[in-house]
Design a protein around this ligand. Structure first.
Ligand code: AMP
Length: 234
């Protein structure tokens, strides 16, 4: 049984200040985002593509079903689905110079360094022959978002947020059986905490910009996809 079950929708739609823990974490992530390491000259829009790509972000807690829905959206509406978690796992299996650090971070349920993640994302977009992207699991923190704005700098058209309670997310993670190092109770509890402290502020940011589409992620795969369709249908 989970000690802490809250409705993410309540947190997002509430105009009131977030709980203290959230505010402290938000403050810390913001300070981190503006550390000297990230205060480098702005190099926005340095993708080497001839036409500016269309970018959409997809957010939601662990096990919420982002990957499944992204695959359907990508197939139906002609996007390239880029799962940042998958890109990072590929770095581990290819024994890249960051592989060991990424494995350790994922195993602990923490967020991988934004510099590494955004550069990986940039090189993947750059080398792709397509120009319409659905980026799954990004930006996961304000630091991710600020680093993306500095290194890639393309405003997302849509930010989807799949919303579900924590208890259900934990249940789904523990039932999916994909052999992932982070699909266990302890790491998932940490991922849920990270989601609440670091990703909810990003969700609030895009909500305030009028870019956020919140989808109720409770229901069958088909029911959830029906809720997504109007956002992408012409
Ligand atoms: P996912 O496959 O989306 O559940 O992500 C698995 C793990 O990859 C996360 O718990 C993080 O450790 C790492 N990760 C995924 N996306 C990001 C991101 N945008 N920034 C940093 N780390 C990430």
């Amino acid at each position: 049984m989970l000690r802490r079950v809250f409705s993410l929708s309540t947190l997002i739609s509430s105009a009131k200040p977030s709980p203290l823990l959230n505010q402290v974490a938000y403050g810390l992530s913001f300070l981190k985002a503006f550390s000297t390491d990230t205060l480098k000259p702005v190099e926005a829009g340095i993708l080497s593509k001839a036409t500016t790509p269309t970018i959409n972000f997809v957010l939601g807690g662990p096990g919420v079903g982002k990957g499944t829905q992204c695959a359907r959206i990508a197939d139906t509406y002609g996007f390239t689905h880029l799962s940042v978690g998958d890109l990072l796992r590929k770095e581990i299996s290819s024994n890249s110079e960051y592989g060991a650090m990424i494995l350790e971070t994922i195993t602990k349920g923490k967020i991988v360094s934004s510099e590494v993640t955004v550069k990986l994302l940039k090189s993947t977009i750059d080398s792709s022959k397509t120009n319409r992207f659905l980026i799954d699991g990004f930006p996961r923190s304000e630091e991710n978002r600020v680093t993306y704005e500095r290194i890639i700098g393309i405003e997302p058209e849509v930010v989807l947020f799949f919303d579900c309670d924590e208890e259900e997310m934990l249940k789904r993670v523990l039932h999916r059986n994909q052999g992932r190092v982070d699909d266990n109770v302890d790491t998932t509890m940490e991922r849920l905490k990270v989601f609440e402290a670091y990703t909810l502020p990003v969700i609030r940011y895009y909500s305030e910009k009028g870019k956020l589409y919140k989808i109720n992620a409770i229901g069958t795969e088909d029911e959830i996809f029906e809720r997504v369709k109007p956002i992408f249908a012409p």
